[in-house]
Design a protein around this ligand. Structure first.
Ligand code: 13P
Ligand code: SF4
Length: 344
């Protein structure tokens, strides 16, 4: 048992001065007191993953947020993910440890811009990648994630044009997978994935010729064409459990964590430079502060929330519902450890 600190702890900086074990102990204690749950995205720092109750990709996290009986959700991810949790769990308190943790791709489309595009294509169905604000989701007909984008697009009647926002790379991938020619893509992109280049992939392949190449669909077309598997972050986690050697084309924090979990496997980041600084804004100190002070609370206008909920629920209906994600094993040997992708 760690002795509680007697220092006045007002700001995240005060917490940053505490030893790691004390932060972890405070987080565990406060979580129980507040009936809180910590949801962590697969790109979080390893120390955040270690104290998360649930780890997953955007789809799994949204399902868990909708299903959890906890009263407080602390979301360790980026803003659109915390907003999604609030949309699906309006009566719960949803907290973000750092308000600056946004997603630059989500910020590339806003509701007025999308309304202007809708006015030009009045017959179109709007598919919003979950990496978008609640206001944009409120303007959409249905949402999708990297895990279900193909299925969502296939659910749209073939004669209806689709406005796909904001990721042009995911839109192109879905267009190729479905053979649909009537997808109009917003010109947004994720800089972390869009900056990965063919040269890096070719070098990794030369150095590890037997490795399976798995790439996130936010990457560019020339990379996706050379991938053995295109999948979401949790899809990559499952492949790492099954295979001995992978070249992984996504945010490199995921690769670092998988290497820690499977030290004897060959797990190679496609690009060493692929780091999402926004995801890394969450730290143990900010998480402890967030739970103690119940900040920063995500608040949404009810009218926006309700419309965004309709688009998200349509997606969830096509993706196993909004109950707990199935097939989410507890960590072996870690009772009470994170559920979800089974990592960390
Ligand atoms: P996943 O839904 O695959 O976890 O992706 C989220 C994301 O932001 C990828 O950059
Ligand atoms: Fe957004 Fe890219 Fe970061 Fe994912 S990795 S949160 S898409 S900036």
């Amino acid at each position: 048992m760690i002795a509680p600190s007697h220092r006045t702890l007002e700001t995240p900086l005060d917490y940053a001065a505490l030893p790691r074990e004390e932060l972890v102990e405070r987080i565990r204690r406060r979580k129980a007191e507040r009936n809180a749950v910590i949801l962590g995205h697969n790109y979080q720092r390893v120390e955040i993953q270690e104290v998360s109750d649930f780890l997953g990709d955007s789809l799994e996290l949204s399902q868990e947020a909708a299903a959890t009986p906890a009263e407080v959700i602390v979301f360790c991810g980026v803003r659109f993910m915390a907003e999604t949790a609030k949309v699906l769990s309006p009566r719960k308190t949803v907290l973000m440890p750092d308000l600056r943790a946004g997603c630059p791709m989500a910020d590339m489309v806003d509701a007025p811009g999308l309304r202007r595009l809708k006015a030009r294509y009045p017959d179109a169905v709007v598919v919003a990648y979950v990496n978008s604000s609640a206001e944009v989701k409120a303007e959409a007909d249905i949402c999708c994630t990297s895990a279900n984008a193909v299925r969502v697009v296939e659910s749209v009647p073939p004669d209806r044009p689709i406005l796909f926002v904001p990721d042009r790379n995911l839109a192109r991938y879905v267009r190729e997978r479905t053979g649909r020619t009537n997808i109009i893509a917003w010109d947004g992109y994720c800089h972390v994935h869009d900056d990965m280049v063919l040269e890096e992939l070719e070098r990794a392949r030369r150095e590890h010729p037997g490795a399976l190449v798995v790439i996130h669909p936010e990457a560019r077309k020339d990379l996706l064409e050379r991938a053995d598997v295109v999948t979401s972050t949790s899809g990559m986690v499952r492949l790492a459990q099954e295979h001995e050697a992978l070249i992984i084309g996504t945010e490199r924090g995921l690769v670092d964590r998988l290497r820690q979990q499977f030290p004897h496997k060959t797990l190679i980041p496609l690009s060493g430079a692929a780091v999402c600084g926004n995801m890394k804004l969450n730290t143990l100190a900010k998480l402890a502060w967030s739970l103690d002070h119940l900040r920063y609370e995500v608040v949404l206008e009810e009218e926006i929330r309700a419309r965004a909920e309709a688009s998200l629920k349509k997606m969830l209906e096509l993706s196993g519902g909004w109950g707990r994600p199935s097939g989410a094993p507890a960590l072996a040997g870690a009772p009470g450890g994170p559920r979800g992708c089974g990592c960390a």
